[in-house]
Design a binder for this molecule. Structure first.
Ligand SMILES: Nc1nc2c(ncn2[C@@H]2O[C@H](COP(=O)(O)OP(=O)(O)OP(=O)(O)O)[C@@H](O)[C@H]2O)c(=O)[nH]1
Ligand SMILES: [Mg+2]
Length: 586
């Protein structure tokens, strides 16, 4: 199916033409028929000679209803521009054309109607020239009369040629159905309609609905009046929604593939048309079927930051238009460059941002986004419209290669700095490192570690801890009076005198200088192993005091030392409290 929107000044014969082509009534409302004027969007469809189906979104031409017109053309890729032969080019001919140009509509057809009332040639020549200067370029033109039917066959043929050249839709892409109508059907509940430009909707699908927190389920689908289980773009679709009241949804809302869009109320755009600096500070942004007031902050000659009064599901590369409703003036089109721009509070930030925006064109580009964002989640990029690719550095995170290499250097520096400032600690805590580097996820810190950096007990260090010279000297002095008693421990007061507190002792233990058998009970490194050899020379089993005498030490040392040996399995304690040395391998 193809969808074509009408465009043109009030009363120029758009609805008459749609009626003649389809046999259907596009003016749905009694008021429209009474006044002979389209107020809101109308929908009708027909099959062409080629077999192609074309659905029309018939728009109102009256200047008061331009917002309705924009809601209709927003999601539609082709337009049929209607100009009356007897009136010629008129203000809304121009405004509608400006809107199509602002939205970068590339495919169209010119129809000069009411050709039975006046020579169509002058209107045709003027309209052709006007259209040629826009995104539509050179278009085919047909003169018809809705009254006599003259020229309608030519028009059908021209429509067939027009739809044949429309680009194929991306039916694998995510769904973003801009809703142009919502109503309730007795017994069925809420129904919304729209032009599906990409993707596919199936009955049973769960979708997100902007403006509501809960997901909604597709209960039924229709297209062109017929029920369907599955509809692919491009199509006019009617979606029956489960679990949503009619009041919760209106024109301008959108049905979205879950997790594929982010709602944003701050965007940076390229402005097509007037210089950005000449835009009014407050205008209306029309995107899809929606319209929101925005505040404009010009940044560069043709770039600006827009603050939206309501968040919209926009992506990089989206086209939208700015209109000054007071002046009935389409101020220009915009291409979305960034849907998650950083704040501009720092001095000079606006100028830097303008320079950056100058390099961007709205074509999603992974390397460019990584260069600007440095570190970003894959799913976040996808929501912005940047196709996910690249290899994550950790979990869902993608990183700019240069930034990542820089982080690795900084991490090594932080580890070294911490080791210098805190020589007795077993490294810098991982969380502190994450904080220092300003990283959002500990997994990133872990991914940055490369030998010789290691993580042990939640701390990062450069391999074996280096022992400060002062610590080695203090430990040597603690044991210097005990050289001939290898199992004697320095007294607690002596440790304190030498400045060997809890942290210093911990560091000495980690460095392998001493063994701590109990609080304040230190032995030289290797003492437990040597003790086992001494004890093995005793008659087995032996008592605590026999062991103490053999080791020439005090109870203060012997009790915890034997307990330590029990724990490591070097000795075994018997029920009568005597012990035996366990032969190796038992
Ligand atoms: N004689 C003659 N009258 C026409 C022709 N086309 C439309 N009309 C008449 O022109 C008037 C306006 O036609 P519509 O089709 O309602 O015009 P429209 O462009 O849909 O108008 P809006 O939707 O309000 O913008 C009606 O009275 C039509 O009968 C035509 O080709 N010949
Ligand atoms: Mg009409």
């Amino acid at each position: 199916m193809h969808v074509v929107a009408t465009a043109g000044h009030v009363d120029h014969g758009k609805s008459t033409l749609v009626r003649a082509l389809t046999g259907m009534e596009p003016d749905r409302w009694a008021e429209e028929r009474r006044r002979g004027m389209t107020i809101d969007l109308g929908f009708a469809w027909t099959t062409l000679a080629s077999g192609a189906t074309v659905a029309f979104v018939d728009v109102p031409g009256h200047e008061r209803f331009v917002p309705n017109m924009l809601a209709g053309v927003g999601p539609v890729p082709a337009a049929m521009i209607v100009v009356a032969a007897d009136e010629g080019w008129m203000p809304q001919s121009a405004e509608h054309l400006a809107a199509l140009h602002a939205l970068d509509v590339r495919h169209g057809l010119l129809v000069v109607t009411r050709a039975d009332l006046a020579d169509p040639a002058p209107a045709l020549a003027r309209a052709r020239a006007e259209i040629a200067a826009t995104s539509l370029g050179k278009v085919a033109a047909v003169a018809v009369s809705g009254a006599t039917g003259e020229g309608l066959d030519d028009l059908r043929a021209a429509l067939d040629r027009l739809v044949a050249e429309l680009p194929a839709p991306d039916t694998d892409g995510p769904v973003r159905l801009w809703i142009d109508r919502s109503f309730t059907i007795k017994g069925a509940g809420t129904v919304v309609t729209g032009t599906l430009g990409a993707g596919r909707i199936r009955v049973g699908d769960e979708l997100e609905l902007t403006g509501t927190a809960r997901p909604v389920r597709v209960r039924g689908l229709q297209s062109l009046g017929a029920a369907a289980g599955d509809l692919a773009a491009v199509a006019r679709v009617a979606v029956n929604l489960r679990g949503i009241g009619k009041d919760a949804v209106a024109r301008g809302a959108a049905l979205l593939t879950p997790g594929r869009f982010r709602l944003t109320d701050l965007i940076d755009v390229r402005v097509h048309g007037e210089p950005a600096g000449e835009l009014p500070a407050a205008v209306t942004l029309h995107a899809g079927s929606t319209a929101v007031p925005v505040r404009v902050r010009p940044l560069g000659a043709d770039t600006a930051r827009l603050r939206l009064s309501r968040a919209l599901p926009l992506r990089i590369g989206d086209r939208a238009l700015l209109r000054d409703p007071g002046r009935h003036h389409v101020a220009g089109g915009v291409t979305v460059l960034d849907v998650a721009p950083a704040g501009l509070s720092r001095r000079g930030a606006a100028a830097r941002r303008a320079a950056e925006l100058d390099t961007m064109d709205g074509v999603p580009d992974l390397a460019g986004e990584l260069r600007r964002r440095l570190l970003v989640r894959r799913d976040e990029l996808d929501r912005m419209g940047v196709p996910s690719g690249g290899t994550p550095v950790a979990g869902p995170w993608l990183a700019d290669p240069g930034h990542w290499a820089g982080l690795r250097d900084r991490l090594a520096e932080e580890v070294a700095r911490h080791a210098a400032a805190h020589p007795l600690e077993a490294g810098i805590p991982l969380e502190a490192l994450r904080h220092r580097l300003g990283l959002p996820d500990r997994a990133l810190v872990e991914a940055l570690l490369r030998p010789p950096l290691t993580i042990r007990g939640g701390r990062v260090s450069a391999g074996a801890p280096s022992v400060p010279a002062g610590l080695t000297a203090a430990v040597d002095r603690a044991f210097e009076d005990l050289a001939d008693r290898p199992f004697a421990a320095p007294e607690a007061y002596r440790l304190a005198e030498l400045g060997l507190g809890v942290r210093q002792v911990g560091a000495a233990v980690r460095a392998g200088l001493v063994v701590q058998v109990a609080e304040n009970v230190l032995l030289p490194a290797g003492a437990p192993e040597r003790a086992v050899r001494v004890l093995a020379g005793l008659p087995q089993p032996f008592t605590l005091s026999e062991a103490r005498r053999a080791l020439d030490t005090s109870r203060r040392v012997a009790v915890p030392l034997l307990e330590l040996l029990d724990r490591t399995g070097a000795t075994r304690r018997l029920p009568d409290d005597r012990r035996t040395v366990v032969p190796p391998g038992v």
